[in-house]
Design a protein around this ligand. Structure first.
Ligand SMILES: NCCCC[C@H](NC(=O)[C@@H](N)CCCCN)C(=O)O
Length: 456
């Protein structure tokens, strides 16, 4: 291998933080589309005749291609084989195609059914599934990019900042669509597709940003004397997958990931509806409360990441976050304490939880898996996680539809009782605690260094 004589571009603070900013923006655009229909649930039910189960199907479609067609695993293999530039551009384009389909399904509702689903739901869900494939592959690509620029430096802080930026997209998606759809409506009919059109525009901007990143990436490799993005020695081998799946630490991280994230992301799909149905918040403001969650994480994820970089204690941070997940969802489940102030406090605490675990989990993966297998490792973790991201919204949608409808004295639907769905979310917290404790013990046994700082 060529000896690196010149200073690597990684050593320039401006270059590495600049690269981070560009790829983080692409993720922000993706995360906006991820949640854009969540606050629109009441409008979709009122004006387009959706049921909670339709909403659940649409949101669960996020994981269809990733899980059943193993697209995430292929994505990881492509990433390790073809490199970050090719994979990232492909992923950004896939997000655009999927979102265009979602827009079409909402803007031009269709009659009839496809495979037993209402046609619009089937087409839109297909679009969301294609989008989900793109945003997940973009996620593993960006993780690998961050390791490429920040290994041995401020890795956890950089990952924290990337997640914080992406969460701004989530916050926008929770706060903007409902008022926007109402403001742009005509003759009392809200424009439900307008917030999706906004997302489509954002995704095109995200694609351009990633294109810009590819030039930065080339410059980085040139500065390190690398002419080929993927060297012979680094290219993907099937044995890499076997190496990863034989590692107990890997499985504990993957399990913690699916449990923890199943208690957060799918919850966000229903959070606006929870605010309306349990806390009696006005429809126009209901999205603003859950949007506080990503806002909190914008500051706290980099804060905890920086703490991990400098002081360590990664496994402990994940355990504390899991305990908080159980506590917060248990309070949401309690059929008392229905004042909206309680909801605000709980959402803020959930924001702390949602900063603790991710800030320590993702930078811990390179401590367990070598860099050349990182693309595949992140892809496998995302794959396991996608079972939860797919299954949980569907489960909650079905549970709401079947067991949680409350009717008034005349037998007319009055509201949803969210107790049972929130008990299900609390259960993810309980299981996450068990896995986080096992990970801490495994770290002690194997010496992965999860409790040690990332920076020398
Ligand atoms: N460098 C960290 C990357 C992971 C960030 C993590 N994203 C995921 O877990 C995705 N697989 C799922 C994202 C679903 C919502 N878009 C995160 O905490 O966002």
């Amino acid at each position: 291998m060529t000896e690196v004589i010149n200073k690597s571009l990684r050593d320039s603070k401006g270059a590495r933080w600049g690269a981070l900013a560009v790829v983080s923006f692409t993720m922000l655009c993706g995360y906006y589309i991820n949640y854009v229909i969540s606050p629109l649930k009441p409008l979709l039910e009122e004006y387009m005749g959706w049921t909670s189960a339709d909403f659940g199907v649409w949101n669960s479609a996020y994981g269809w291609f990733n899980v059943f067609f193993l697209m995430l695993i292929f994505g990881g293999i492509i990433l390790d084989k073809m490199g970050v530039r090719f994979t990232g551009l492909g992923a950004a384009l896939t997000m655009i195609v999927g979102t265009a389909l979602q827009y079409y399904a909402i803007e031009f509702p269709m009659e009839g059914t496809i495979l037993g689903f209402k046609s619009s739901i089937a087409i839109g869900a297909l679009g969301f599934g294609i989008f989900g494939m793109g945003v997940e592959i973009a996620g593993i690509t960006v993780s690998k990019i961050i390791v490429k620029w920040f290994k041995g430096k401020e890795l956890a802080l950089a990952m924290g900042l990337e997640m914080a930026t992406a969460r701004m997209g989530t916050a926008l998606a929770l706060a903007v669509p409902l008022p926007m759809a109402k403001a742009l409506g005509v003759n009392g009919m809200p424009s439900i597709s307008a917030p999706i059109m906004l997302g489509l525009g954002l995704l095109v901007a995200g694609f351009i940003a990633f294109l810009w990143y590819t030039f930065m990436d080339k410059k980085l490799e040139k500065s390190e004397g690398i002419s080929d993005e993927v060297s012979e020695e680094d290219a993907f081998k099937v044995s890499d997958i076997l190496f990863i799946i034989k590692n107990k630490g890997f499985w504990l991280i993957a399990l913690l990931c699916v449990l923890f994230y199943s208690g957060i992301f799918p919850f966000l799909y229903y959070a606006t509806d929870l605010m309306i149905n349990k806390y009696g918040v006005n429809e126009d403001f209901a999205g603003a409360i859950p949007s506080l969650l990503p806002f909190g994480t914008i500051i706290l994820t980099p804060f905890f990441g920086n703490l991990y970089d400098r002081k360590g204690k990664g496994a402990t941070i994940m355990l504390i976050g899991s305990v908080m997940l159980l506590a917060v969802h248990s309070f949401f489940a309690a059929p008392i304490l229905n004042h909206y102030i309680i909801a605000i406090v709980l959402i803020i605490l959930l924001g702390v939880t949602f900063s603790l675990v991710p800030s320590a989990m993702w930078p811990s993966v390179p401590k367990i898996i070598p860099e050349k297998q990182l693309g595949s490792a992140y892809a496998l973790i995302f794959w396991v996680q996608n079972w939860g991201l797919m299954g949980m919204p569907l489960l909650i949608g079905i549970v709401l539809e079947k067991y949680c409808k409350v009717v008034d004295d005349n037998g007319v639907f009055s509201h949803y009782d969210y107790t049972l769905p929130m008990v299900i979310f609390a259960a993810t917290g309980l299981l996450a605690i068990i896995v986080a404790a096992a990970l801490k013990a495994e770290d002690k046994k194997k010496g992965y260094g999860l409790e040690r700082p990332n920076m020398a």
